[in-house]
Write a protein that binds this ligand. Structure first.
Ligand code: NAP
Length: 287
């Protein structure tokens, strides 16, 4: 018997990275998982490797920048599976930028932010895109899913994936992203107050977590396993997407039913700010 048998979960951003680890752990715990990303994929990557995971999962297209697409996607999940018990708002992220007032074209491209006519326009659109993807779209998704949850029996669970960049100490190199994630932590608290007892809303603030993008755009090429890079993290390593997934399982499993409105840090005990300067090196070398 899995801890999440019979539960239906939506996880955003499951084409790669942290979202895949979250989806795998929810599947291992017995949930049915519908993931999404912007491009079509035959399934959640690696879901077939989890016993029964291929049958209990689907990967559909949904661009969370489009509120109509979110409405359609959530409606389709309910039509197919009857209910939604869990939402993990994972899609998001950013690329560090050396100067907040002048976003290089390469950074804009990696992030997938809109182009701009000139440097100024590219820079301001990059920042509004970061806030859209890391704060407004998760709110849109939460609203649409809660409109379903409040019609169901029981208490749903919503988990927002935030970042240590949202710490009140500030986040140079990640200014708009950090502000969006700080907003996500605050929004978590407000929604928990509004939506109990029909939903619990919690947040996970991640430190460095090993993904393909993290390897390509943050870890220095001459330190591929990060043994130097992670010296300032007390546990001496990056987090793993499956560790984030296991915390999601805990929050949704019935073991954490009185945890509501909180932000849990999953960062190996890292102090705020210790990695900002070194985190810029790889992108600066690419520019
Ligand atoms: N990795 C870290 O070190 C770290 C640290 C702190 C916080 N986080 C947070 O963890 C979450 C996941 O990050 P990650 O490192 O796994 O990033 P990632 O490797 O870039 O993956 C992001 C996922 O989101 C999807 N996505 C992007 N834009 C989307 C959109 N408009 N609509 C739907 N899906 C979209 C991507 O799919 P497509 O591109 O295929 O659409 C992809 O599946 C983010 O919220 C990030 O801020 C990560």
């Amino acid at each position: 018997m899995g801890e999440l048998d019979g539960k239906v979960a939506v996880v955003t951003g499951t084409s790669r990275g942290v979202g895949v680890g979250i989806a795998h752990q929810l599947l291992l715990a017995g949930a049915t998982v519908v993931g999404c990303s912007r491009g079509p994929l035959p399934g959640i990557p690696g879901a077939d490797d989890v016993p029964g995971g291929g049958q209990r999962s689907a990967q559909w297209v949904c661009d969370q920048g489009d509120h109509r697409a979110i409405d359609e996607f959530v409606g389709k999940v309910v039509d197919a599976y009857g209910r939604i018990d869990i939402l993990v708002n994972n899609a998001g992220g950013t690329v560090p930028a050396p100067h907040v007032e002048d976003i290089p074209e390469l950074v804009q491209k990696i992030q997938g932010a809109p182009r701009g006519g000139d440097d100024y326009e590219r820079t301001v659109l990059f920042h509004s895109f970061a806030i859209q993807m890391n704060l407004i779209s998760p709110l849109w998704f939460a609203i649409r899913v809660f409109r379903q949850m409040k019609t169901q029996e029981g208490t749903g669970s919503i988990i927002n994936i935030s970042s240590g960049a949202g710490h009140p100490a500030g986040a140079p190199t990640l200014v708009s992203y950090g502000a969006a994630k700080a907003g996500l932590n605050h929004m978590t608290r407000s929604l928990a107050e509004e939506w109990g007892p029909k939903a619990r809303v919690n947040c996970l603030a991640l430190g460095p977590t090993m993904t393909d993008n993290f390897r390509s755009f943050v870890l220095p090429p001459d330190d591929p396993d990060g043994s130097d890079y992670f010296q300032s993290v007390p546990l001496g390593r990056a987090g793993d997407p499956n560790e984030v997934g296991r915390t999601c399982v805990f929050l949704c499993s019935g073991q954490a039913d009185y945890i509501n409105g909180t932000t849990i840090e999953i960062d190996g005990g890292m102090l705020p700010g210790v990695l900002y300067e070194s985190g810029l090196q790889t992108i600066t070398d690419l520019l």
